[in-house]
Design a protein around this ligand. Sequence first.
Ligand code: IPM
Ligand code: MN
Length: 330
Amino acid sequence: MTHRVAIIGGDGIGPEVTAEALKVIHAAGVDLETTDFDLGGQRYLRDGVVLTDEILAELRSYDAILLGAVGTPDVPPGIIERGLLLRMRFELDLYINQRPFSGTAPGGTVAHEFVVIRENTEGPYVGEGGALRRGTLHEVATQGSVNTRMGVERCIRYAFELAAKGTRKHVTLVHKTNVLTFAGDLWQRTFDIVAADYPEIGTAYNHVDAACIYFVQDPHRYDVIVTDNLFGDILTDLGGAVSGGIGLASSANLNPARTGPSMFEPSHGSAPDIAGTGTANPTAAILSAALMLDFLGETEAADRVRAACADPVTGGTTQIGDAIAARLAG
Ligand code: IPM
Ligand code: MN
């Protein structure tokens, strides 16, 4: 079966790492029919297009979207992030951001797998708030965090379903319930209600600041972590840093209801400082492509891609891609 995949290489190292991901998928023997979409900061600088309704409608017709990285220093912050990346997450209802990690505790030798399930359509990301008297000494800025019972519950339920499929069967809620008492209360109560449906799954709660310490000192305590959009953003960068670096950190923006395509992208950005040098590590993009293969039902190929990435490869972008592709061919 041929899968139709929309490719958004994007900016900076995005197209470079995406090319290696496609090379590896091909080596794994999976047939993709791909279409390139020219989107990102460079496109915006050229003709002012971030994402039109027409392009979004076209993207909806694909089985999946594979994205490299978007953003360029010449465009003010927020335009591409909000107008392209967040708009796709919101409008395609990609309400789960799944980010797996392989962590090794200090002094430890055996890597340990854990996964962060980040709510991906709510929280402070929705853009609620505004500014008054901007540029004056009396300037006021507010930025609200939106948390709906429906949005929180479907995210938590996804985390429990994922834990139920695994062997360790444990879910940790991460929040800041001692300070964010309104949102925290909704998350904690909803977590407890969902947990009651999964008596075989162990649960824990960590404040987000404490979770930062555990990520570094004791990641072994984690199996599935569920958290809100902003905490999840921050925590998954830390997760990348403590498990081999952000060059290995993969991510899946999922619409589990499959009412449209899901989107797969490395957690890292466009790294304009190293773009064009051929030194970006494509492994995060390759592992994100493996998550895409999982979602497309190509689980056997996805497992082979992950196995091919297990032993670290050194070298430049294409050398790493070639070496991983060669392991699949051989
Ligand atoms: C990520 C990124 C995005 C986010 C930015 C680019 C909007 O940091 O995918 O983690 O904050 O979600
Ligand atoms: Mn981030």
